[in-house]
Ligand binder design. Structure first.
Ligand code: IPE
Ligand code: IPE
Ligand code: MG
Length: 240
């Protein structure tokens, strides 16, 4: 049961495997993405229930623009439908929605729906759901560097804090736990700066099959980890 686990303040997920989930069932990739949306919905609710404060979902990477046009439009149609359908519930559950990534580069309908959702949920505080959309971590880091130059920072003022304050995640804690589904063992340009001390959990389960019970399994693993941040195991044990 999740109440017995250590609950991370921030969980970041790479929701991978929609296409392979569909293929295994003889379905179109679109059906896989649709099923993936349902999985995301259940995970958001579960995180809210167990007290996670920040949940980041890798929804569309900058590199995903190289997919077939029809697949891209399916993904953004699903996003708009999801926002239209779920916004009331999200606000009712005190969930704030944010976007990590370049929102100006998104199709207009998605951009409008996202801006509306962010505005409506701006005062919600129980859980922040970050949708990483048109997201590239390298681009995020480069933009932060450019912003420091534009702000005229001297070399001594270029600190970790100055950098973190210019990332999309400014004001939010780094992810404690990063989960990737579908058996792939890579970061795919996700939260490279923020992942410095994250714990990782990889599972072969395809994203549409990643239920709240699967999240609890990840939390069970996470709860058994010893986060050392450079110290020795003995030092950590004597602290607790
Ligand atoms: C993740 O599932 C969703 C997005 C990247 C948008 P995929 O579509 O990457 O599924 P696979 O990896 O092809 O199975
Ligand atoms: C990462 O998945 C991006 C999202 C989950 C949105 P991909 O399926 O795009 O990653 P690669 O290309 O296999 O590394
Ligand atoms: Mg994939």
């Amino acid at each position: 049961m999740s109440s017995d686990f250590i609950i991370p303040a921030h969980i970041a997920v790479i929701m991978d495997g929609n296409g392979r989930w569909a293929k295994k069932r003889g379905l179109s990739r679109s059906k896989g993405h649709k099923a993936g949306t349902e999985a995301a919905r259940a995970i958001v609710r579960h995180c809210r229930e167990i007290g996670v404060r920040h949940l980041t979902l890798y929804t569309f990477s900058r590199e995903n623009w190289s997919r077939p046009k029809e697949e891209i439009s399916t993904i953004f149609d699903l996003l708009v439908n999801f926002l239209n359908r779920e916004l009331g519930q999200l606000v009712e559950q005190d969930i704030r929605l944010k976007v990590l990534g370049d929102i100006k580069g998104l199709p207009m309908a998605s951009r409008k729906a996202l801006e509306h959702a962010m505005k409506k949920s701006a005062d919600c505080t129980s859980l922040t759901v970050n949708l990483a959309l048109n997201y590239s971590s390298r681009d995020e880091i480069l933009s932060a560097c450019k912003s420091m130059v534009r702000d005229g920072l001297s070399p001594d003022d270029i600190t970790e804090e100055a950098m973190a304050a210019r990332l999309y995640t400014a004001g939010q804690p780094d992810p404690d736990l990063i989960i990737r589904t579908s058996g792939e063992l890579r970061l795919s340009n996700y939260l490279l700066w923020q992942a410095a001390y994250s714990e990782f959990y990889f599972t072969d389960v395809f994203w549409p099959d990643f239920t709240p019970e699967e999240l609890d399994k990840a939390l069970e693993h996470y709860s058994g980890r010893q986060r050392r941040f450079g110290k020795t195991g003995e030092q950590i044990e004597s602290q607790s």
